[in-house]
Design a protein around this ligand. Structure first.
Ligand code: SF4
Ligand code: SF4
Length: 283
């Protein structure tokens, strides 16, 4: 089973849910936790351990000006504006390139070849006997998170139970992470901003066909608007975590709620069982 832990709004406690769910399940089975928030990965802070780091590269085009006749075909085919052909020169803008390979394919003179360009890293570690952590990290200044997320997910493709911690929001990195998951847990908070962004996230998950359940975090008991939204959209509120200074303190010092207060493992186990129920995946 592949689960995504997402949130429309940042700061709702998505990572807290991901690390505690992974920790709890790893007490009884093998779990792979994938940090898909590659612009700001932080799961390794909760599970520090030495790891093996490899580079992630993407192919980028290189133009040989000696064989280029400046026909303009590469500029025409590029949907991202990464190629501009001048009368006597081709300008390439690597930050716009999505490595689709189109320009290399259409060049009639074979003037383009591809070379690998580093965009980030992936680190694999085993912080607990039953827990594998795969952390993607985008290099500073690089705008292309998706290839790193895809590479990180591919490394977990054959693992039996995978939990992917997404980036906040509803942009391409979130779509890439949700794609192919059996279920999505959306972590929200009962504030107007939380509900606004929850609507967007629910819509994204629905369009991708990923069954979704809701976790309300930092609840002060005034969750009626969120609960009504969930009822209107046939979404199960699978767990409610109260506003609690001790929980916040545990999280902020990089510890795990389920390790410090093991009684919470029961609630996270129940959350996982509810995820199984919404996916229909037999385990
Ligand atoms: S398609 Fe090839 S030959 Fe034409 S401008 Fe681009 S690099 Fe030059
Ligand atoms: S590889 Fe694709 S995105 Fe990059 S410059 Fe060529 S056509 Fe444009």
């Amino acid at each position: 089973m592949k689960l995504a832990i997402a949130s429309g709004k940042g700061g709702t406690g998505k990572t807290m849910v991901a690390v505690n769910l992974a920790f709890t399940l790893s007490q009884t089975e093998r779990v792979t936790l994938v940090d898909c928030d590659v612009e700001e990965p932080n799961l390794h802070l909760f599970f520090p351990a030495p790891g093996i780091t490899t580079e992630v590269t993407v192919p980028v085009p290189v133009v040989d000006e000696t064989t280029c006749d400046h026909c303009g075909r590469c500029e025409e085919v590029c949907q991202y504006g990464a190629m501009t052909v001048l009368r006597n020169r081709v300008l390439f803008f690597p930050e716009l390139c999505h490595s689709c390979g189109g320009c290399t394919l259409v060049c009639p003179n074979g003037a383009i070849h591809e070379e690998p360009k580093r965009i980030g890293t992936i680190t694999i570690s085993t912080p607990l006997p039953n827990l594998k952590l795969i952390s993607g990290m985008l290099d500073t200044g690089n705008p292309h998170a998706v290839p790193i997320i895809r590479a990180a997910k591919n490394l977990a493709a054959n693992d039996p139970l995978v939990i992917c911690d997404t980036a906040p929001g509803t942009s391409c990195p979130v779509v890439e992470t949700l794609d192919g998951c059996d279920a999505c847990i959306l972590v929200t908070e009962s504030t107007p901003f939380g509900l606004h962004d929850l609507r967007l996230a629910v819509e994204v998950a629905a369009r991708l066909g990923v069954p979704t359940g809701i976790v309300i975090n930092r609840s002060d008991g005034k969750d009626q608007a969120t609960i009504e939204f969930c009822m209107d959209h046939d979404l199960d509120v699978m767990m409610t975590i109260p506003f609690d200074r001790e929980i916040a303190a545990i999280q902020s010092r990089g510890d795990l709620l389920c390790r410090v207060r093991p009684e919470w493992q029961t609630a996270f186990t129940a959350l996982f069982i509810k995820c199984g129920a919404i996916t229909g995946v037999q385990r």
